[in-house]
Design a protein around this ligand. Sequence first.
Ligand code: GLN
Length: 473
Amino acid sequence: MKHAIDIAAAVNAKESSASAELATSLAVIAEKNEAINAFLFVDTDGAKSFAATVDERIAKGEQLPLAGVPVAIKDNLCQTGVPTTCSSKILADWRPPYTATVVERLIAAGAIPVGKTNLDEFAMGSSTETSAFGPTKNPLDLSRVPGGSSGGSAAAVAAEMTPISLGSDTGGSIRQPAALCGLVGIKPTYGLVSRYGLIAFASSLDQVGPFAKTVTDAALVLEVIAGHDPMDSTSLPEPAPSLVAHVNDGVVGKRIALVKELYEGADEEVVASVKNAVAALEAAGATIIELSIPELRLGLSAYYLIAPAEASSNLARYDGVRFGLREEGDDVTEMYEATRTAGFGAEVKRRIMLGTYALSAGYFDAYYGQALKVRTQMIKAFAKAYEQADMLIGATTPTVAFEFGSKTSNPMAMYLSDVFTIPTNLAGDAAVSVPFGTGENNLPIGVQILGPGRSEATLLAAARVLEIADGRA
Ligand code: GLN
């Protein structure tokens, strides 16, 4: 499949059309989706009508940054009239009455939303195995997970169903599946991208971001979806940054710190890739230092108190009254209980119970309050590291894509998939995962580049250096 930037150029030049590009995408989806289960819903009619509109706009002389580019949308982002399930039975039949700002912006930029992609239920997981609608398969090896929670969005791009997609990243859910599927994934600075219309998991951590095969395509999508949105009170009051213009800026004179806590414990082949990436960046003109940031080791523990605490509150709204599923009961309490018992899967229930416990009177200080203090320590530790380095580098995930079922019986093993990605979410900073090298069975390895808030342009330029060094562009 062509890259997004090439599709847009061809459609803008009238050498192709949005309708033709959509037809190609729909044909690949029809051929592959049954085996991969990337899409929960393909909006064929809606997409055709978006494509017709783009073709009319181009005929009238408009030039659009994503003209005719098919895009897959994670099924926790609202789109008017299109089923939006969060991969949960509790929202199985829900159709939102409004569209997320990020989806509106993609449409305004000429992109064609083709459908909704599978995820771990309410974005809780690292493999898509907690989806109520069956797991997504990794297109590179059908016996392995695509990662999660945005596994469907990653698989859609890896299988060349669409050149780009949107995911959400609360603790790693864009970067981890990007790494496992051989893609570029960006977790933007908190507040850079609007959360309006993103169904909340943990509101202080959630951010929407892109998946793409190339750094330039990922930069292009982020440029379109970023920028202030008055509908999100946590949105940064500034316009979208210029990213595509800077992807070839390189790393000359940049200080990059290899951080021990961001790769220790990873498989040998993953560590080797990280070290090769460091060597490539040094050869391209960066200055490399080594750092230890011990606070990062506390990230996972703090996250598994803060994220469930916020989730327990956010998910209280699924009560059988306002949304989706309703199971009857003799009184209102029984109705709530029956609805939530039938509607939520085991992992979601586990998180709601953990979060409710952590917030309850008598335990608040010991758990939630303590986790917030750790979060503050983590923010300070990152800020100190960014006095010494412009960027940090490490692994995205400890291993390459793992086999189905290998971590489902042990939640802690699953949680550890995100040990390197979670700290950035707690700090609210930016990070990118870029494929670099391969491991077992030739499966891709993701290298993670982290920076302070608003450092996306710098991170993408470094990712581009690695993409070139790895022979991918
Ligand atoms: N895997 C992590 C979790 O289960 C992160 C999920 C996410 O980023 N949405 O919470």
